[in-house]
Design a protein around this ligand. Structure first.
Ligand SMILES: Cc1cc2nc3c(=O)[nH]c(=O)nc-3n(C[C@H](O)[C@H](O)[C@H](O)COP(=O)(O)OP(=O)(O)OC[C@H]3O[C@@H](n4cnc5c(N)ncnc54)[C@H](O)[C@@H]3O)c2cc1C
Length: 395
């Protein structure tokens, strides 16, 4: 027997769960499957220790679909982006303040475990959305009128629109024969959280010294102490060496690497490493199928672009679906989605890749160019504001 849904979502990472909540909120019948069970506690085995800075447009979208009210207790606003070049002899530091362009902060930082918790609550409140962890999509077969999907428990589904949110190695994208261009950077990102003596004052600080940025992103206090999430990008072997250090040795290393901007840092979570790549699919659709989030594009974790870009994908697809609910998954809708989103993703893949190369570069010449570039961007107000808008995705 074939079960029918309006929409099947393959992948219940944060992007897949947001898509399930968004399309469910709009009244579509949705099934979302993922072989893994979402972990909603930071200290539990398998927790995704990353945090996500939801920039203004992404936060507004999560508000509109009823998810943001469920994470208001566990976010920290990002009012200022501070960029520090610690490789320069006299520590260059420049602040980019959200008040320069807006009344609101740039964004709000939420732990991925807390966001998963909020998303599961929102989905549980939508009777037309079913999320089944422990199940994967094993094969897909499309025709002009529908997509047919086999699940790992043998069930056969049909739907008007298949949303592939199955990550950077998307099996659905590969089965559809859609190529993806990948660049490797020879880096890992180490993700963990710390407490520190000094208050972060809602300032997100990116410390550059060659090898990749070391970014401290504000979190709510932990056990009455100021706390931040850290993403430390560096060469693969260097990050692996850091993972092997004792906690005391590691605390000394991260305090030095942060140039002491928040005083001594103390690790409060495990350390998880993520490979850094850029990737862009040649098409964001195939018959009856839309590719979203990392199934379509991957950028290095600089400037909080990755998942925010994915929220833009979901919003664009949802707007097209709401404009003509009876034609979801039809070719004209999918083409419009591709035309709206791929150029934006392409520009982010190129731009963030270039920022990463600039941050990775080592040696006196690279340091001079980086410091000069930072100074020019900061000093010329229209350029500074334009870049802030560009980073936020508000222009
Ligand atoms: C260190 C780090 C920090 C980051 N910080 C930020 C930030 O501050 N802001 C920001 O915007 N972005 C950030 N990002 C990017 C962001 O974390 C990613 O974009 C996001 O987590 C990817 O989500 P996703 O749902 O696309 O993919 P994934 O999380 O990879 O989810 C894909 C899901 O698909 C499932 N799946 C795979 N195969 C199947 C199948 N056959 N059937 C069903 N399900 C399947 C998998 O189990 C998985 O759960 C960061 C990334 C890193 C590495």
């Amino acid at each position: 027997m074939i079960e029918h849904k309006d929409i099947v979502i393959s992948g219940g990472g944060i992007a897949g769960l947001v898509a399930a909540a968004a399309f469910g909120d709009a009244g579509f019948d949705v099934l979302c499957v993922d072989p893994t069970h979402p972990v909603t506690n930071r200290d539990a085995a398998g927790a995704d220790l990353r945090t996500t800075a939801y920039l203004q447009p992404g936060q507004a979208f999560l508000q509109a679909i009823g998810v943001w009210p469920l994470v208001t207790d566990c976010n920290a606003p990002l009012q200022v982006m501070r960029i520090v070049d610690a490789a320069s002899p006299d520590l260059v530091s420049k602040d980019f303040d959200a008040t320069d362009i807006s009344d609101a902060p740039f964004g709000w930082n939420v732990g991925n475990w807390d966001m998963r918790d909020g998303l599961l609550s929102r989905i549980a409140s939508l009777p037309n959305v079913v999320f089944e962890p422990g199940l994967s999509t094993t094969s897909t077969n499309t025709r002009s009128t529908e997509a047919r999907i086999t699940l790992s428990d043998g069930r056969l589904m049909s739907c008007k629109l298949l949303i592939a949110a199955d990550g950077r190695d998307s099996a659905i994208r590969k089965a559809a024969g859609i190529a993806a261009k990948r660049s490797e950077f020879g880096q890992l990102a180490l993700s963990f959280a710390v407490t520190h003596a000094m208050a972060h004052d809602n300032i997100s600080t990116e410390v550059h010294k060659g090898g990749g940025p070391f970014t401290l992103v504000p979190l709510p206090d932990f056990e009455c102490k100021p706390s931040s999430a850290v993403v430390w990008m560096d060469k693969i072997l260097d990050i692996q060496a850091m993972q092997a250090l004792s906690v005391d040795e590691f605390n000394a290393e991260i305090t030095a690497r942060s140039a002491g901007v928040l005083g001594p840092l103390s690790l409060i979570t495990a350390r998880t490493a993520w490979p850094i790549i850029s990737q862009l699919a040649s098409s964001f659709y195939s018959e009856r199928t839309a590719f979203i989030a990392e199934a379509a594009h991957v950028v290095p974790p600089i400037g909080a672009q990755g998942l925010n870009l994915s929220l833009g994908d979901i919003k664009a697809l949802l707007e097209l679906a709401k404009a003509s609910p009876s034609s979801i998954g039809e070719l004209p809708m999918l083409k419009k989605y591709h035309q709206a989103r791929r150029p934006i993703a392409q520009s982010r893949v190129i731009g963030v890749g270039a920022l990463n190369r600039a941050s990775k570069a080592e040696g006196p010449a690279a340091t001079r160019v980086r410091a000069l570039g930072l100074d020019v961007i900061h000093r010329i107000a229209p350029l500074r504001r334009a870049l802030m808008h560009l980073g936020l995705g508000t222009r």
